[in-house]
Design a protein around this ligand. Structure first.
Ligand code: GDP
Ligand code: CA
Length: 343
């Protein structure tokens, strides 16, 4: 006999930028349409990675927070997947004409307004979590039927840096900010080592541990396991909160058919010595029953042959289509994820 699953009130998602944001659109769609039964006061809390953040031209830029905010607030450029729709680039062009470096970062005029508001508030002394809440009053109003609360993983400064080979440097290597590795160098050189500056000394932003401890479901979306989810997990206290929460924790593989769907997950996994496969990423997070973080792990249909290895590692696992082609396809993944951990 199958019983109707209890309606969901709280869902917490640990998100990076594009992969996380797309997943969140599908999750919100599933809750809005009743595909996943929800309480009247349902709410999604997003804990977003801030280790991609960078100061540039005097502005504090938070790429993953902005991608989530613009995507869920319907302000994202759909083709690029980042930045504002109907963007113009006058500020960037003028800066380049002055010869001011760096010139490789995509700083659009509309986007600059967000960075100006954020920077002013940060410099006035407000913590990033409060600044983010202020920006979200425009993009993610509480009056939505399925409201979304966006929290930075920490209010502290944390930055991912990447060591790469550089024959011209005396040491033979050079360390660049993650944004320089990804945007300027297009991740075309191997990442030798990753350094998460400030991560060990950071503390979770207000509300982060509570959002993991007091919820109906925690989801690790198909975000980058190293530089998106991995950094969130590295904030002291977050792993313990996941291990001890009474809510089920379920994840979706960003690796499909042995390769990332997009982005630099391959280079990042290689840098930390994890095989680029759906099973290896699931086992890297590990089963809660074996001291890890997950109860369940969804892989793509193409990776169904990896289910036995995951089950042997203590994870509930199943194989379903994992390409987030539209909101319905992604919502179906949410249903499958719930079925795995809340049967
Ligand atoms: P970023 O911060 O913009 O790099 O975004 P995230 O870290 O949130 O997500 C990046 C990851 O999303 C990459 O590793 C991709 O493989 C994964 N990804 C993107 N689109 C899809 C999709 O349609 N399905 C799955 N399973 N993964 C995806
Ligand atoms: Ca990112």
């Amino acid at each position: 006999m199958t019983s109707t699953p209890a309606p969901v009130r709280r869902v917490t998602v640990l998100s990076g930028g594009m992969g996380g944001a797309r997943f969140l659109q599908g999750l919100r769609h599933a809750l809005r349409t009743g595909l996943v039964p929800a309480c009247d006061d349902v709410e999604i809390t997003v804990v977003a990675n801030t280790a991609d953040d960078i100061w540039m031209h005097g502005l504090k830029i938070c790429p993953d927070l902005d991608t989530v905010m613009y995507t869920l607030g319907d302000g994202i450029d759909l083709e690029r997947g980042w930045g504002r729709r109907d963007e113009t680039w006058s500020v960037k062009e003028e800066l380049a004409t002055y010869g001011v470096e760096p010139t490789w970062f995509g700083l659009g005029d509309r986007d600059v307004a967000t960075h100006l508001v954020r920077t002013q508030l940060v410099e006035a002394g407000y913590p990033l979590s409060q600044v983010t809440a202020a920006l979200c009053r425009r993009w993610l109003p509480d009056s939505e039927p399925v409201p979304v609360r966006l929290l930075p993983m920490t209010d502290d400064r944390v930055e991912t840096h990447v060591a790469i080979a550089d024959p011209e440097a005396a040491s033979g290597r050079r360390v660049v900010h993650f944004q320089e590795y990804w945007v300027r160098l297009r991740a075309e050189v191997a990442a030798e080592t990753l350094v998460f500056v400030g991560l060990d000394e950071s503390t979770p932003a207000p509300g982060v541990l509570e959002a993991i401890g007091d919820t109906d479901l925690v989801v690790l979306p198909p975000s980058n396991p190293v530089v998106s989810v991995g950094t969130i997990l590295g904030v002291p206290g977050v792993r313990d909160a996941l291990r001890t929460t009474s809510a089920p924790v379920v994840g979706l593989s960003p690796i499909v058919g042995g390769a990332p769907v997009r982005g630099m997950a391959r280079q990042m996994l290689e840098a930390v010595g994890v095989e680029v496969s759906a099973a290896a990423v699931g086992l890297h997070y590990g089963a809660r029953s074996a001291g890890g973080l997950l109860d369940g792990w969804l892989v793509d249909e193409r990776d169904a042959d990896q289910l036995p290895a995951l089950e042997a590692g203590g994870l509930a696992a199943s194989a379903v289509p994992l390409m987030m082609t539209d909101h319905d396809a992604t919502a179906a993944m949410v249903v499958a994820a719930l079925a795995l951990v809340r049967p």
